[in-house]
Design a protein around this ligand. Structure first.
Ligand code: PEP
Ligand code: MN
Length: 330
């Protein structure tokens, strides 16, 4: 059993900790941004204390207990994530289209992409300023300048912005620029990074590690929430498979579990799942059919010259056809 206590603002953490010790409970403080105490996690092997006793302790706002190991995530089941005014993701809300280049390459390229995303009915611009690359010699992104291109283009066209944070060093800056901070697949279990990103108090897009189980993925979301993230959207981007005709294997079963059973927000990224533009539309359709609340798609004004992932980028004029007409949504 994992139990998390959340605190009232201004609660006396030292007093509460000594009360917990008196009850024989081992408690780990959870810190909010700025180092403020946000609550305590009670260790599974601690002396079991009735929930009502815990709830009556001074400063305790709520007692969240779960067998799952992720009580903060469980407490959000059925809740949508509010990313920006007018952009709400999750059960009961129409799926969103989020698109843009793999990498931000120039102000012009990013602006062209944003214009097309808006014209296609998209809600958010995507694009990487800090890029994780398998080869150390590949294009690693335009950095802070790229962040500025992305933010400016999103603002000009009234779009939200999602972009990846690659390092603890950049977390504050990326949280400031983005409406939704992306954790890349390769960093799903980089716990120090999750903590730094959570401290930014923004909603987070958590891409699935290529070999991560659903349980590991949910626990990574719990890390973000415990550190202060304002909601988590899962993003299925394909897992390692046996074939070589697609880059990865889009795990539609995992999407269905998250959307229909867990009732948590989940997107599908058919670009990284397939690695080829001709499969983006069918995989996007499949993702939406099993309940995905959004699509994260790579698109480029001139894919042949893309500095990263050109083979899986749609031309900008293909974006509009990806989303079902509102009358097709049940
Ligand atoms: C991306 O979306 O830019 C990306 C790098 O994807 P992933 O982390 O899923 O490989
Ligand atoms: Mn990419």
């Amino acid at each position: 059993m994992t139990t998390v206590l959340t605190l009232h603002p201004g609660a006396d953490q030292v007093l509460l900790r000594s009360e917990l010790q008196r009850l024989g409970v081992w408690a780990q403080p959870l810190t909010a941004p700025g180092g403020q105490p946000a609550g305590f996690a009670l260790a599974a092997h601690s002396n079991p204390v009735p929930g009502a006793t815990l709830a009556a302790l001074p400063g305790v706002a709520s007692v969240l207990a779960s067998q799952s190991g992720h009580p903060l995530l469980d407490a959000r089941k059925g809740e949508a994530v509010h990313i920006a005014p007018g952009i709400v993701v999750g059960a009961g809300h129409a799926p969103v289209l989020v698109a843009g280049p793999c990498s931000a390459e120039s102000a012009r390229q990013v602006r062209q992409a944003a214009e097309a995303v808006k014209a296609a009915g998209g809600a958010m611009l995507r694009g990487g300023a800090f890029k994780p690359r398998t080869s150390p010699y590949a294009f690693t992104g335009a950095g802070v300048e790229g962040l500025r291109w992305l933010r400016d283009a999103a603002d000009e066209f009234g779009l939200g912005l999602v972009t990846e944070c690659l390092s603890e060093r950049d977390a504050a800056q990326v949280s400031e620029a983005a409406d939704l901070v992306q954790v890349g697949s390769r960093n799903m279990q980089n716990f120090a990074l999750l903590k730094a990103i959570g401290a930014g108090q923004k909603p987070v897009l958590l891409k699935r590690g290529a070999s991560a189980t659903l349980h590991e993925w949910r626990l990574a979301a719990e890390h973000l929430l415990a550190a202060g993230a304002d909601g988590v959207i899962f993003c299925e981007r394909g897992v390692r498979g046996v074939g070589d005709e697609t880059r990865n294997v889009l795990d539609l079963g995992a999407v269905a579990v998250l959307a229909a059973i867990d009732r948590l927000p989940v997107w599908v990224d058919p670009s990284h799942a397939a690695g080829r533009r001709d499969l983006i539309a069918p995989l996007a359709k499949a993702g939406l059919a099993v309940g995905a609340h959004g699509l994260l798609v790579e698109a480029h004004p001139d894919a042949a010259t893309a500095l990263s992932d050109g083979a899986q980028a749609l031309p900008l004029d293909a974006l509009a056809a990806l989303m079902p007409h509102p009358t097709e949504l049940s």
